[in-house]
Design a protein around this ligand. Structure first.
Ligand SMILES: Cc1ncc(COP(=O)(O)O)c(C=O)c1O
Length: 388
C-alpha cells in the first residue's frame, strides 16, 4: 500500500487520537527513574490524577493495559472464594467476569441484553437478598465500550446504601475517565479502574487504580496472591516519587501533558464537549434511519455510539470499505455483536470538524455499501453543531 496523504481518522473508542502536544512530550529523552527530576514528575502526576478521578485518596499507576488494572482491583481487595456481584452489560463486563473466575472468585453474573447499563434496582435486590453477607464486592463497568451504554453510578451507589450492604464498590472507568463525569469520592467508589488510551489521550500502556480508605483496609486482609499488582509496595515508594519497578517513563511524560490539557480545558467543559458530540452523532444516526444499540436515553454514552447495521449487511465489511476508501477506522462489533454493529468513537482529543469528517466517511460508506438508509445524517449533525 502506498503513502496515504492527510491524517488517518482513528475513530475507534480507544485508543484515541494522541494530540501533538502529547506526542512531543512522549519523544523527550528518557531519564533516570530514581533521580530527582523523575520524583518531581511522579508527584505531579499522582496529584493530577486525583483531580481527574475526583478523589483525595491514593492513586496508583501501573505499566499495563486496562486489563492489568482490572486484575489489580480484584487481587488487592479480595480472597479466594469471595463472591462478586457483576452485571452482563456487554463484552467488557463479560471479560472482567472471566478474569475474576480465573482468579478463583465466585461471580454472581446478572444476565443482561447488551443494550442497557446496570439496573440500580437489580443491585439493591441482589444485595438485599444476601442476608449472610457473602457478596464482598459489586463490580460495574461505568461505560460499556462494546455497546455505548453508561451505567448510572450515582443511582447504583444509592442502591447499595439502601440495601445497607457493606460490599466494596469497584468501577471500571476505562472509557469514561476524562470523557464522562465520574466522582470517585462523592459516589463512594472503592476502587476505580482506568487506563491511558481513551479519555486521557495517550497511547496504550498505563493502568490506573484509585483507592478508597475502605478498599485500602480490605487489602490488608485480602488473600489473593499478588506481587506485580501489590498496592502495598506501590504506595510504599510512590510518596517519595518512585516506583517499585521500572515505570513507563515516556508515557508518564505524555500523561503530564495530557493532564495539563484536561485541566486547562476544565473537566466540566471536557464532559460537555463529549456529550455534545455524542448528541450530534445520534442525530446523524437517526436521520440515516438506523438504530442505536443502547435503548435507554438516560444511558446513552458520551464516549461512543454503537450503530446497528441492517441485518442483510455485514458491519465489518462496511468498516473495511470505509477504511479502504476514506482512511477512517471505526470500532468493530465485539463478542456476540460481531458483524452486527459498528462503533463511532467520539472521545478524547476531538472537535466539531473531526466529527463532521467522521460522519461524512460513514455516510459515504453507507451509500457505497448499498445499505438502505436516508441521506441527511451529516446535515442533521451539522445543524446541531452549528446551533441551527
Ligand atoms: C470498558 C473497558 N474495560 C476494559 C478494557 C480492557 O482494557 P485493555 O484492552 O487496555 O486491557 C477495555 C478496552 O477497551 C474497555 O473498553
Amino acid at each position: 500500500m502506498g503513502y496515504k496523504s492527510g491524517r488517518h481518522f482513528l475513530q475507534i473508542p480507544g485508543p484515541t487520537n494522541v494530540p501533538d502536544r502529547v506526542l512531543r512530550a512522549l519523544s523527550r529523552t528518557t531519564i533516570d527513574h530514581r533521580g530527582p527530576e523523575f520524583a518531581q514528575l511522579a508527584r505531579e502526576l499522582l496529584q493530577g490524577l486525583q483531580q481527574v478521578f475526583k478523589t483525595t485518596g491514593t492513586v496508583v499507576i501501573y505499566p499495563s493495559s486496562g486489563t492489568g488494572a482490572w486484575e489489580a482491583a480484584l487481587v488487592n481487595t479480595l480472597s479466594p472464594g469471595d463472591k462478586v456481584l457483576m452485571f452482563e452489560t456487554g463484552h467488557f463486563a463479560t471479560l472482567w467476569r472471566s478474569l475474576a473466575l480465573k482468579l478463583g472468585l465466585v461471580v454472581d453474573f446478572i444476565p443482561g441484553d447488551w443494550r442497557h447499563g446496570v439496573d440500580p434496582a437489580a443491585v439493591e435486590e441482589n444485595l438485599a437478598a444476601d442476608k449472610d453477607g457473602k457478596i464482598k464486592a459489586v463490580a460495574v463497568v461505568h461505560n460499556e465500550t462494546s455497546t455505548g451504554a453508561t451505567s448510572r453510578l450515582h443511582d447504583i451507589r444509592k442502591a447499595i446504601d439502601r440495601a445497607g450492604h457493606p460490599a466494596l464498590f469497584l468501577v471500571d472507568t476505562i472509557s469514561s475517565l476524562g470523557s464522562i463525569d465520574f466522582r470517585h469520592d462523592e459516589w463512594g467508589v472503592d476502587v476505580s479502574v482506568g487506563c491511558s488510551q481513551k479519555g486521557l489521550m495517550l497511547p496504550p500502556g498505563l493502568g490506573l487504580n484509585a483507592i478508597s480508605r475502605k478498599a485500602w483496609e480490605a487489602s490488608r486482609s485480602a488473600g489473593l496472591p499478588r506481587s506485580y499488582w501489590d498496592w502495598e509496595t506501590m504506595t510504599r515508594d510512590n510518596p517519595s516519587g518512585y516506583f517499585p519497578y521500572t515505570p513507563a517513563t515516556n508515557l508518564l511524560y505524555g500523561l503530564q501533558e495530557s493532564l495539563r490539557m484536561l485541566l486547562e480545558e476544565g473537566l466540566e467543559h471536557v464532559f460537555n464537549r463529549h456529550s455534545r458530540h455524542a448528541e450530534a452523532t445520534r442525530r446523524a444516526v437517526w436521520a440515516w434511519g438506523l438504530d442505536i444499540l443502547c435503548l435507554n436515553p438516560e444511558e446513552y454514552s458520551s464516549s461512543l455510539t454503537t450503530v446497528v447495521v441492517p441485518e442483510e449487511h455485514d458491519a465489518d465489511a462496511l468498516r473495511r470499505l470505509i477504511l479502504e476508501k476514506f482512511d477512517l477506522s471505526l470500532g468493530t462489533g465485539l463478542g456476540k455483536l460481531k458483524g452486527r454493529v459498528f462503533r463511532i468513537g467520539h472521545l478524547g482529543d476531538f472537535n466539531d470538524l473531526m466529527l463532521a469528517g467522521t460522519l461524512c466517511g460513514v455516510e459515504m460508506g453507507l451509500a457505497l455499501a448499498d445499505v438502505s438508509f436516508s441521506k441527511g445524517g451529516v446535515a442533521a449533525a451539522l445543524d446541531f453543531l452549528s446551533g441551527r
